[in-house]
Design a protein around this ligand. Structure first.
Ligand SMILES: *Cc1c(COP(=O)(O)O)cnc(C)c1O
Length: 393
């Protein structure tokens, strides 16, 4: 029904299933199971379920199916599987496709839990993982081998906002028969063209921009119908990482307004970067959408815009960063991102606290670094607030 329409329209309508009551807002089917008309009907459904036939909420549910269909339509994927969290999506996608003896190449700059899955979990089951600098194409080329089953990276890394060239890495991976698996949170479904650029599997933590209001944890794995239904679904439905119907309903409501939110957040992030780029209290401002970003041309080609997150490296280290955080009035000190509320994070002492100093140094996580996830508040208020907090440093 929505096949030929633009993403903003799909985000509101795609995948809608209406009950006999014709409700406008999607129904939340808070049911774990489904009743069959006869013993024969139950038998038939267990042999093969049709697209609108459900068995058990861990396998699928009408509200969850609406969310899966809508995000797949929006991202331009054939199919999707919704998960209990972003990490259930990352670990489920990788564990379902890999077996002992497989080789994976991954970017080194990863969200801490992603690093744990690749470094600690997969290797324990006999998967070999090689880490590379995600921005260095020659490193990818040297690391990808004929037995490489998959490459994995965050298209924009957290918190230093390095950008991986999806088209080029996909070409290198596909030449060796490897699948391209992307954690695409920072790109957001609004600015992503990852499937057109070569991705085979795209993962979102729906906790971030999809919910967008900090209410629920969720995730989604997007890919071909073959991959989602033959590889991901059997693994997820038997190991228990499926999304709950209530969460799917919250996420559906989030998708309706995501485009408006992300565009507004991106416009404000762009304005903040422009206002603070030359600020004397900063040793560096990192925003993929600002001309000073070393990969600005790649960002333009890959996403068009710089996204909703920027990072400030404040001169004076931890003391200066804490003074800044404690003086900001509007932004909250917390660690989510993509939220309607502006959120400030000090990675070195929180999200990345456990990294050894040499790894912090290698990733550019300095004591002065503050990550700002820009919300939907008034742009002028945010620029003024960040300016007065920098002045106090
Ligand atoms: C938040 C995040 C995750 C994990 O998502 P959860 O929903 O918290 O499990 C994975 N990758 C990236 C890049 C993230 O930002």
């Amino acid at each position: 029904m929505t096949g030929d329409l633009n993403p903003r329209t799909k985000a509101v309508h795609a995948g809608t299933r209406r009950s006999q009551y014709g409700e406008v807002s999607e129904a939340v089917f808070l049911t774990q199971g489904f009743v069959y008309d006869s013993a024969e009907a139950a038998e038939a459904r267990f042999i093969e379920s049709g697209p609108d036939e459900f068995i058990y909420a861990r396998y699928g549910n009408p509200t969850v199916a609406m969310f899966e269909e809508r995000i797949a339509a929006l991202e331009g994927a054939e199919d999707a599987f919704a998960t209990a969290s972003g990490m259930a999506a990352v670990s489920g996608a990788l564990t379902s496709m890999l077996k002992a003896g497989d080789h994976v190449v991954s970017a080194r700059a990863l969200f801490g839990s992603c690093l744990y899955v690749l470094e600690e979990v997969l290797t324990r089951f006999g998967v070999e993982v090689t880490f590379v600098d995600g921005t260095d194409l020659s490193a990818w080329e040297a690391a990808i081998r004929p037995d490489t089953r998959a490459v994995f990276f965050e298209s924009i890394s957290n918190p230093t906002l390095q950008v991986v060239d999806i088209t080029s890495v996909s070409e290198l991976a596909h030449a060796q028969g490897a699948l391209v698996v992307i954690d695409n949170v920072f790109a957001t479904p609004v600015w992503s063209n990852a499937f057109d650029q070569g991705a085979d599997v795209v993962i979102y933590s729906a906790t971030k921009h999809i919910d967008g209001q900090g209410r629920t944890l969720g995730g989604v794995i997007l890919g071909s119908t073959e991959f989602i239904r033959k590889t991901v679904e059997p693994y997820m439905k038997h190991t228990g990482g499926s999304m709950s119907p209530f969460t799917a309903w919250v996420m559906l409501k989030g998708l309706e307004t995501m485009d408006l939110r992300v565009r507004a957040q991106t416009a404000t992030a762009t304005a903040i970067a422009a206002a603070l780029a030359e600020h004397p209290k900063l040793t560096q401002l990192i925003y993929p959408g600002h001309a000073s970003h070393p990969q600005h041309a790649l960002v333009k080609a890959q996403m068009g815009q710089g996204g909703t997150v920027l990072s400030l490296d404040i001169a004076g280290g931890k003391e200066a960063a804490f003074r800044f955080l404690n003086t900001v009035r509007i932004g909250l000190i917390s660690n989510n991102l993509g939220d309607a509320k502006t959120i400030l994070t000090h990675p070195a002492t929180t999200t990345h606290q456990r990294l050894p100093q040499d790894q912090k140094d290698a990733l550019g996580i300095t004591d002065g670094l503050v990550r700002i996830s820009v919300g939907i508040e008034d742009t002028d208020d945010l620029v003024a607030d960040l300016g007065q907090a920098l002045a106090a440093v």
